[in-house]
Design a protein around this ligand. Sequence first.
Ligand SMILES: *Cc1c(COP(=O)(O)O)cnc(C)c1O
Length: 401
Amino acid sequence: METQQLLQIANEFGAPIYVYDAHKIESQYHRLTSAFSKVEKLRINYAVKALSNISILKLFKQLGSGLDTVSIQEVQLGLRAGFSPESIIYTPNGVSMDEIEEVAALGAQINIDNLSILEQFGAKHPKTPVCIRINPHVMAGGNSNISVGHIDSKFGISIHQLPHILRIVENTGMHINGIHMHTGSDILDIEVFLYAAEILFDTAKHFKELDFIDFGSGFKVPYKKGDIETNVEELGRKLTKRFLAFEKEYGRELTLAFEPGKFLVSEAGFFLAKVNVVKQTTSTVFAGIDSGFNHLIRPMFYGSEHYIENITHPKGKERFYSVVGYICETDTFATNRRIAEIKEGDILSFRNAGAYCFSMSSNYNSRYKPAEVLWKDGKAHLIRQKENFNDLLLNQIELEF
Ligand SMILES: *Cc1c(COP(=O)(O)O)cnc(C)c1O
């Protein structure tokens, strides 16, 4: 998207606001499917938690994607968006048996990641096909909050417990139709990923009725200039080759599945916020924006760096700014960042604001969540209104004293 269009949207709908470029979402989706074009049965399940606006889900539906979900509510959103239950995989962690049974009744593909639930579910519903989430204990890098494949991670069933899994499957007679892994959020080294894939193939041999192997996600996208990103094309070439060979060996057609969130939507998103104050102190210049970690928490939560540009005055002389929010706690978006000279009232654009940005927003400080706009076919479509005062009071019970 052009910054001119972003500025127009900020003017028309007001800031702070999230803007998503449908074309970028589509091109990322096609980049992934092209990289695996030699795989007969490829399934991309978009990870809903990255950005769960129903219009975004419908866009993915139109692209032919399935969904990866982590809560029953995400499953329900997917069904509401028109996805068939079979095109939704449910990969919860630490949720109740009740919720898993409810989701199974809705018809979504269940993916189980602990022995206790596997045993209970298998005993009660031996006919419902189940996928098993394996933890191959391969650490693929990234922030420790998002690396989920290491030895002490709470995610997945340890590969070392395979004998126990097999015993449960045999005793319950349950039908395992898929094997899954999701190692972490940043695949930088393809060889490390392929190593984890080998562990999954080895595991798959123990199950005779698999329909799919799900390699999770972990595709890294660049956040700032010079950032390395997952080489999707190289991964496509190498994993396809291994997958096709394994399929032959296995003797049955298999679907290769992925469930990316960030890769599909991160770069499509822009967060636009107005500068309220420029504050010169003895040590630094603060640009205080009309937002805070209630709208965009990733920089404070993960230390993520979002590229920030001044779209009102993009051509000004660059100066150093610390970009901060209005929350009554330290909420620093960026420290000593070079940005074209900022005047009060300017609109700053934060890049990579598609994944885990709006979906992690809150009403902290009793602020409204911002509006969301989808830019598609040269038009700005409002896909969520900015909240209002009634939204803040919704579900609150006012006592009279
Ligand atoms: C969060 C999550 C994903 C998506 O991860 P990204 O890094 O956004 O691609 C995929 N699968 C599972 C099980 C997840 O929890």
